[in-house]
Write a protein that binds this ligand. Structure first.
Ligand code: G1P
Length: 278
């Protein structure tokens, strides 16, 4: 069964400058937790305990976050403040962490291919931490795992988006095999508004077969001159079954300032305060 989850975290986060000048965008806190921690929690909850980061320059804070901070721990040992570290200590114990560097930022497909060194020849999950996904029931990666368990197929999470937003996403066309589960017949990365073949958008959650690596090696630069995972997935869909699953829960686009603020308000009202009341 799957063990590994890949986190491409090499992006610059230009939309958040100057906040992201010296700090990785994945460390921006949504209330009191960095974005990347939400993603890692989702992976662990889905049983993916080997966390693989594809990082770049200036991402050291991510490594430090998933490591013990001796000085801090020593300082607050025995005080009430220690309770704030329970969650992250638990994560560090449950997970195993590895990383490799993407030397140049050349697209999501290139980032995934860089992760081959860590993943090897086995199926694996992918989480894009910018897409913060929350659900009262199982997380989105757990939902994808359930689909994978039943089908053994590569699967991507999708949601319907308004017509004017299609150009921000990979868009999927498929035949609905059961309610909410589509067999992919076509895919296009960030089509222009008005030219999208559907409004089913790929969200940053995937379970991929390792055959994707060979396809990525032969994927020419696509949208914006970058190696696109969507293009490689389309090649895969032509020779084997690729599924798209409409997940349950809410997604926040934390790569945009508006989505980040929306997520912060939501987490503060529905998650953080509930935790404080408990
Ligand atoms: C990436 C993918 C895109 C997907 C999106 C989800 O784009 O290339 O297919 O729909 O993530 O967030 P990015 O937002 O990294 O440009």
């Amino acid at each position: 069964m799957l063990k590994k989850c890949l986190f491409p975290v090499a992006g610059y986060g230009t939309r958040f400058l100057p906040a992201t000048k010296a700090m990785p965008k994945e460390m921006l806190p949504v209330v009191n937790k960095p974005l990347v921690q939400y993603g890692v929690e989702e992976a662990l909850a889905a049983g993916l305990h080997e966390i693989c980061f594809v990082t770049g320059r200036g991402k050291r804070a991510i490594h430090d976050h998933f490591d013990i901070s001796y000085e801090l721990e020593h300082q607050i040992a025995g005080s009430d403040k220690e309770s704030y570290l329970v969650g992250i200590r638990d994560i560090i114990q449950q997970g195993r962490f590895a990383s490799t560097r993407q030397l140049e930022v050349k697209g999501l497909g290139h980032a995934i291919l860089t992760g081959e060194l860590l993943v090897g020849n086995e199926p694996f999950g992918v989480i894009l931490a910018d897409d913060l996904c929350l659900n009262d029931g199982p997380g989105v990666m757990s939902q994808l795992m359930e689909v994978y368990r039943r089908t053994g197929s590569t699967v991507v999470a999708i949601e319907e988006v308004p017509e004017q937003e299609v150009s921000k996403f990979g868009i999927v066309v498929g035949e609905e095999e059961e309610p909410g589960l589509y067999r992919v017949t076509d895919m296009v990365e960030k089509p222009q508004a008005g030219q999208a073949p559907s409004n089913l958008a790929i969200i940053g959650r995937y379970i991929l077969s390792p055959s994707i690596f060979e396809l990525l090696r032969h994927t020419p630069p696509g949208k914006n001159g970058e190696i696109q995972l969507t293009d490689a997935l389309l090649m895969l869909a032509r020779t084997s079954r690729v599924l798209a699953y409409k997940f349950e829960g809410r997604r926040f686009d934390c790569g945009s300032v508006g989505g980040f603020v929306e997520a912060t308000n939501f987490v503060y009202q529905h998650v953080y305060q509930r935790g404080c009341d408990a």
